[in-house]
Design a protein around this ligand. Structure first.
Ligand code: PMP
Length: 311
């Protein structure tokens, strides 16, 4: 097996302790994307976008892979670029966690920083400018607009969840960044069983500190976003996402990133509502990455608030 064959087929773990107050007929499971070789869910779309670029002839050996990224896509592109022998250049907001920057550099990627105050949108715009200056030099996967991003999830994440729940899943929850995870996985699951409820977990305000996520209405809306896929959106505050992230580590032994806390907070809100209505449920929430990269950021450093665009 080679490294890239290890992407996907991540395990699903049942949450046992934080769900004790819920009736037994409500189950929450987390799909642990930190088990991907690059440490996050973004390995899947990064691989699909690169393979698609090679197949279309858009990515040739002389080209540099260029993209704007909140970090995890950057890590995935840098890792896959290293494995396949491509140069990688990444534009990211200057306030992305130090760990992420170092990991990308370790894979040999070249980093360009955009204004931290402009968040992920600032990185997108700056990346476009660099690309426009010399298009022939670059292959830009453009994760916000590339159909291969949701397709990666439609072809892998969705079928894995369907298989691992034996088709019994009733609710699927994913947080929103590029929206690829929610849109692609949601499409597959809805096609498999239209009754499955697709739920988006979203920061409840444009100014939030949940790294990797976007407050869609106030951001540049990704071209791949398809608002018809989700049945509902649950807003989560930064404080709540941090609190749940901390509890995941202490009570479940899952050292998770902040967006996992966001998805789990939404799962708890939904479960409590379903329990009050006397309904049963089999909820699967995507946990996009692990907590290691965030150990020096406010979520684990004792501070509770961090007002910045959630990049
Ligand atoms: N959580 C984290 C930590 C991420 O890096 C991302 C990707 N930006 C997401 C969630 C959201 O995933 P997607 O881009 O598929 O919406």
């Amino acid at each position: 097996m080679n490294l890239l064959d290890l992407i996907g087929n991540t395990p699903q773990a049942r949450l046992r302790n934080m769900t004790r107050h819920l009736p037994e007929n409500i189950v929450i499971e987390a799909k642990l994307e930190c088990f991907n070789p690059g440490g996050s869910v973004k390995d899947r779309p990064a691989l699909k976008m690169i393979r698609d670029g090679i197949e279309r002839g858009a990515l040739t050996e002389d080209k540099t892979i260029l993209d704007s990224t909140s970090g995890n896509t950057g890590i995935a592109l840098a890792m896959i670029g290293a494995a396949l022998g491509y140069r990688v250049r990444l534009v990211m907001p200057g306030n992305v966690s130090d760990e992420r920057k170092r990991i990308c550099r370790a894979f040999g990627a070249d980093l360009i920083f955009s204004d931290p105050l402009e968040g992920s949108d600032g990185a997108i715009i700056h990346c476009r400018e660099i690309y426009e200056m010399d298009k022939s030099r670059y292959f830009k996967p453009d994760q916000y607009n590339n159909p291969a991003n949701p397709l990666a999830h439609e072809e892998t994440t969705g079928p894995e969840i369907w298989r691992d729940t034996c088709g019994k899943i009733t609710h699927f929850i994913a947080s929103l960044g590029t929206t690829g995870t929610l849109v692609g996985t949601g499409r597959f699951l809805k096609r498999s069983n239209p009754e499955i409820q697709i739920v988006a977990a979203e920061p409840d305000s444009p100014f939030h500190g949940i790294e990797g996520l976007k407050h869609i209405e106030s951001s540049i809306v990704p071209g791949i976003y398809d608002a018809t896929v989700h049945d509902e959106k649950i807003g989560v505050s930064t404080e709540r996402a941090y609190e749940i992230t901390q509890r995941l580590a202490r009570e479940e032994g899952i050292l998770a990133g902040q967006s996992c806390g966001c998805a789990m907070a939404a799962a708890l809100t939904l479960s409590e509502r379903l329990a009050a209505a006397g309904k049963s449920a089999y909820i699967v929430a995507i946990f996009p990455d692990g907590g290691e990269k965030y150990l020096t950021t406010p979520v684990f450093s004792g501070e509770t608030m961090h007002f910045a665009d959630g990049i």
